[in-house]
Design a protein around this ligand. Structure first.
Ligand code: C2E
Ligand code: CA
Ligand code: CA
Length: 542
């Protein structure tokens, strides 16, 4: 399909040429007028008074033409001048807009990359340094989800205004897209503390809530900083390094700034290796369920198991979940990974005595999936594992984003008989309103308090408070991380019903768990002695 040619850009050379021609006509006319003035005037007077001859009339006509030419030329000259000025302004405006982000009026990505590169080079020539700030708003997506895009746009504008208010006018400032901003600043080699003060000030100013539609909206920011001390670093590298530092900041707990350090790059490589490992390991069933016993403290009776994932990697050996679950969450793989391993766990737990429950950890990411409840139900149906034997553990952080969706997921699961535990209680906000937000059946006290109970009156006070809270809400408590008899006794005294931890047993493989259950007569189908080896073989050859 033929498209219309874009309007031709104003041609300055051509304009200037026409300018000269118009100017020339005026000048020539003036010279002619002055040069022939005296004779002509006499002839004109004669022609007008009717006494002049043919020559006089010709000269009069020439004069009139001459005046007309002067006026015409002058008008033309003015028109051209105006046209050129308008075109130049339009051209400047177009160039300005092409370089700008319309929402914040900051530079856009392309312009920043060009101008930033030039800045690095000019600073290096003056033996000065350049700092690049890469700023990412924290929880911006939540603002968009909960308050709508108008609120999101307003937050971006306010963020830009606040950044611009902190930085000197000489700084280059850009929005790279989404909620990511970049600023660059030239400084003297000794000026690093000043750069850090600016970064801290930006973090502080972005922590101030913004009022939108009568509501207070809070965001925050993480800033990665990278440094150029010479011209041999490219703009791309500076952005990449600041990006790595920014992610490091987010891991460290957000609302802060971090300088890029070489070791961080290594961490990114390891992270990428893990992500690749998850992708290739999933179909090979390298991710396996381990089971940690849960007991009734008073009687010591085994009541259930918490499934804890392990990565049985041919390359890295048995990998603990703290190393790969965060990567699976960030890379969007956790949903698939979790369902695969939960399915496996259900198939195993189907062989247990019906009095033994299976608890599974569900990541906040999974509760953003509107189909999560259907997916879990499908597993229950396909494996034939009873819903009433399943417990889902979620953390308080699951309740921050889209609570209505989480509530509908949880309600649908509870309607089928699945029970719900609030995991790691005490570490997050530990708010009563969170406890009330969903129909929890149980609270799990985080292992950090339980472990610290012996010898720390503070930790003990927290445990007591949580136990009392549970009592008043009729929610039984499970204590995690019970490592010794003394703690177990103390917990019973405080009224805590269930516990788990190394004192009762470490997380163990499906095989070891089956043996433990078989010893207590809690296994429906006895395990064949070589089942574990066969299972291993099946996985390795898959
Ligand atoms: P969590 O849910 O708090 O699990 C309890 C962790 O405490 C487990 O670590 C367990 O091995 C450890 N633990 C148990 N008893 C003791 C004890 O007496 N002392 C000490 N020091 N530690 C004890 P693990 O297996 O490394 O799991 C770490 C975390 O990884 C889990 O914390 C959970 O948040 C996550 N995770 C594990 N499996 C899954 C999963 O399938 N899905 C999701 N989303 N997260 C999982
Ligand atoms: Ca847990
Ligand atoms: Ca926990």
């Amino acid at each position: 399909m033929a498209t219309a040619a874009p309007p031709k850009a104003p041609d300055r050379a051509e304009g200037a040429k026409r300018d000269i021609v118009a100017g020339g006509i005026v000048v020539a006319a003036i010279i002619l007028f002055v040069g022939t003035g005296s004779n002509v005037m006499q002839s004109v007077v004669r022609a007008l008074s009717g006494i002049g001859g043919g020559t006089d009339q010709v000269l009069a006509a020439t004069l009139i033409l001459n005046i007309a030419l002067i006026l015409f030329g002058w008008r033309r000259y003015e028109d051209l001048h105006r046209e050129i000025r308008a075109r130049t302004e339009a051209e400047q405006q177009a160039r300005y807009l092409a370089d700008r982000d319309p929402l914040t009026d900051f530079l856009n990505r392309r312009a920043m990359l060009d101008q930033g590169q030039a800045l690095i080079e000019s600073a290096a020539a003056e033996r000065r340094h350049v700092a690049l700030f890469l700023l990412d708003l924290d929880h911006f997506k939540t603002v968009n989800d909960i308050h709508g895009h108008a609120a999101g746009d307003r937050m971006l504008k306010v963020a830009a205004e606040r950044i611009a208010a902190v930085l000197p006018p000489s700084a280059l400032m850009a929005r790279l897209g989404g909620d990511e901003f970049v600023a660059m600043l030239v400084f003297e080699p000794a000026g690093k503390p000043h750069i850090e003060a600016l970064a801290a000030e930006i973090v502080a100013t972005l922590e101030e809530p913004v009022t939108h539609d009568g509501q207070l909206i809070r965001i925050g920011a993480s800033i990665g900083l990278s440094l150029a001390t010479a011209a041999d670093i490219s703009m791309d590298t500076m952005v990449r390094q600041a990006d790595i530092a920014m992610y490091h900041c987010k891991d460290e707990g957000r609302n802060r700034f971090c300088w890029f350090e070489a070791g961080m790059e290594m961490a990114v490589q390891v992270r990428n290796q893990i992500e690749t490992g998850i992708r290739s390991g999933m179909p090979r069933d390298e991710f396996v369920p381990f089971f940690e016993p849960q007991v009734d403290i008073a009687t010591g009776r085994l009541v259930g198991f918490e499934m804890l994932m392990r990565w049985d990697s041919p390359e890295h050996g048995m990998v603990e979940p703290d190393r790969f679950i965060p990567v699976a969450e960030e890379s969007g793989l956790i949903g698939e990974l979790s369902l695969r391993v939960v399915r496996h766990a259900m198939e195993i737990a189907k062989g247990w005595d019906p009095s033994i429950t299976l608890a599974v950890n569900i990541s906040p990411q999974q509760l953003k999936d509107p189909w999560f409840s259907q997916k879990l139900t499908k597993l229950l149906v396909e494996t034939g594992f009873p819903a009433s034997q399943l417990e889902v553990e979620i953390t308080e952080s699951s309740l921050f984003e889209n609570l209505p969706l989480v509530r509908s997921i949880v309600t649908s699961l509870k309607n089928q008989g699945v029970s719900l535990s609030l995991d790691d209680f005490g570490t997050g906000y530990s708010s009563l309103s969170h406890l009330r937000a969903l129909p929890f059946d149980r609270i799990k006290i985080d292992k950090s308090f339980v472990a610290a109970m012996q010898g720390s009156p503070d930790a003990q006070a927290i445990v007591v408070a949580i136990v009392r809270l549970g009592e008043s809400l009729a929610m039984p408590i499970t204590a995690e991380g019970v490592e010794d008899e003394a703690t177990a006794i103390e917990l019973t005294r405080l009224g805590c019903a269930k516990a788990q931890g190394w004192h009762y047993g470490k997380p163990a493989s499906a095989m070891a768990t089956a043996k433990l259950l078989a010893d207590r007569g809690l296994l429906r189908t006895p395990v064949a002695p070589d089942a574990g080896a066969a299972e291993d073989e099946r996985r390795r050859s898959a």
